[in-house]
Ligand binder design. Structure first.
Ligand SMILES: [Zn+2]
Length: 392
């Protein structure tokens, strides 16, 4: 076996495991006593974990401010928060929550010291100035199993109706990711479904991405197996083993996507999320089966030697648990299994967000951003439209 050259970009230090949240106070205090906590408006602050964390921080003589995130973060929110906190000299930022809280924490940690507008750096918006730093150390604590934001270098920000774009830089990667599966206990089934499909999609798209390498393949494969075994069980009923597997799958999805880029589903999730109030995980979950089928068909027609084809077959065999299954049947097994997931997880169709056939040209016209560039084959506008039309 020969290896093409590859690069692994910076990763956070990672604490994974049930109860690992108890490590947060010491890790945070190691940066200093002045902390900024960025968290969702309800789940963490309303949980039994919050008073325990605050007591432990008090014991270490830490002081903190809290920023609450109520929706997907907008650039104006980031800028207003950063300017309100100017001159406070925080030693570290702690992000606890779902993807929105972690992305907001990442953007705020990036700009607290420089103090300029995040619009200076957003990809595809404004002047796209290089980010010079310095960032404030970030500790990311995910409370959902979905985005993998704790391991990535980008913060996704949006203005509804206009755009959903990334502020991206190596310096934005968290110093620490503390992944405690116990935090998933309060996650409602609908969020388990949508977030879990986001994690799975990120793993599958990383695995077949043109940016994949043997090291990310090993991680993606491991994450895919964990999601295969745990997503439906966790949706049906909370259990510690299923929570651990999904938290692990989500972490690996972030690690992989940060190295490899994603694919057609995430290419489409960007304009869908910008123009319609569709949660990111729901967009991924509703599209991944059809996008996989369209990718496979496109490669079969005009690129039969594409290395993603045997990879899809490998995952199909792992879903079927039949090592000897031929490639064609294995790929159809994968697509059929993902369609069954869509049904089992009750993932809504696009029309649920009032998306109609008339909207498709605008979505297709705005889908060729960064994720689409690492899809294993360049899809035509017709093929992309076909993915969306099948899920109206
Ligand atoms: Zn995603």
């Amino acid at each position: 076996m020969s290896f093409a050259a590859f690069t692994i970009a910076r990763l956070p230090q990672i604490k994974f495991g049930c109860g690992s949240l108890s490590k947060l106070p010491d890790i945070a205090a190691s940066y200093g006593k002045r902390l900024l906590l960025v968290t969702g408006a309800r789940s963490f602050l309303g949980s039994a974990h919050a008073p325990r964390l605050f007591a432990a921080l008090r014991q270490r003589a830490c002081r903190w401010e809290i920023v609450k995130i109520v929706a997907e973060p907008a650039p104006t929110f980031i800028d207003a928060t950063v300017s309100a906190l100017q001159g406070e000299a925080f030693d570290a930022v702690i992000g606890i929550g779902g993807g929105s809280a972690l992305d907001a924490a990442k953007a705020i940690a990036g700009l607290l010291k420089p103090g300029n507008s995040v619009l200076d750096h957003l990809e595809g918006v404004g002047p796209e100035l290089p980010y010079g730093g310095p960032s404030t150390p970030l500790i990311a604590v995910p409370s959902t199993a979905g985005t993998g934001s704790e391991a990535t270098r980008n913060a996704v920000l949006s203005i509804h109706g206009q755009f959903k774009k990334s502020f991206r830089d190596e310096q934005l990667v968290a110093e620490w990711a503390i992944v405690d599966p116990d935090l998933l206990v309060t996650c409602p089934p609908q969020l388990i479904a949508a977030d879990g499909m986001d994690a799975f999609t990120q793993l599958l798209e990383s695995f077949v991405s043109t940016g994949s390498n043997p090291m990310t393949d090993a991680l993606a494969r491991s994450g895919i197996m964990a999601a295969r075994d745990a997503l439906l069980p966790l949706y049906a009923e909370q259990s510690a083993p299923a929570r651990e597997k999904m938290a692990y799958a989500s972490l690996l999805s972030g690690i992989c996507l940060a190295q490899t880029g994603l694919g057609a589903v995430h290419g489409l999730a960007s304009p869908l999320g910008a123009f319609f109030p569709i949660p990111h995980g729901a967009a991924c979950g509703t599209l991944v089966a059809t996008a996989t089928a369209v990718n496979i068909a496109a490669m079969g027609r005009r690129d039969p030697e594409n290395p993603a084809l045997p990879k899809y077959a490998e995952i199909g065999r792992r879903f079927a648990m039949q090592k000897g299954l031929n490639a064609r049947d294995a790929r159809s097994f994968l697509v059929t299994s993902l369609r069954q997931w869509e049904e089992a997880l009750a993932l809504p169709r696009l029309s649920n967000w009032r998306i109609t056939g008339a909207d498709l040209p605008r979505i297709v016209a705005n889908c060729r951003g960064s994720s689409m560039k690492t899809n294993p084959i360049v899809l035509t506008d017709e093929e992309i439209t076909q993915i969306l039309a099948a899920r109206l």
